[in-house]
Design a protein around this ligand. Sequence first.
Ligand code: IDP
Ligand code: MG
Length: 138
Amino acid sequence: MERTLSLIKPDGVEKGLIGEVIKRFEKSNLKIVAMKKLHLTQTEAEGFYAVHKERPFFGSLVEFMTSGPIVALVLEGDNAIKRNRDIMGATNKDEAEEGTIRKDFATNIEKNVVHGSDAPETAVTEICYFFNSFEIAC
Ligand code: IDP
Ligand code: MG
């Protein structure tokens, strides 16, 4: 069993895709063990994406991620990190596989509907960034 952090980004919430995204996770047998809707502050968004702070798109990414509410989820299942990434599709929708969330719903490389942890270490850090132990149902 593995856990991963998923975010439905402001564009996904704005487009009314919360239910659609959750349906895809549940259909794929990823169990939702925590979930909340929140609106990131600038400092919170900068902290979450700190690994990208030297990238040219960092400022725009932080502005986008603070532009509206998001939904944070913890997904659990066998190989959950990779399976979630497969359901999401590539960062750039033009490179994403057919039937993935990003291929179906992303606007562009930035406004790409969902975030998913990329490795076991980042999954733990990212889950703890959004949830404490009382908020995660086993
Ligand atoms: P990922 O979300 O697929 O893991 P990362 O490379 O970790 O992709 O980038 C984090 C987020 O930063 C992306 O999901 C996207 O919103 C944004 N981003 C990545 N590359 C670019 C870019 O070249 N231009 C604008 N935004 C980008
Ligand atoms: Mg990433």
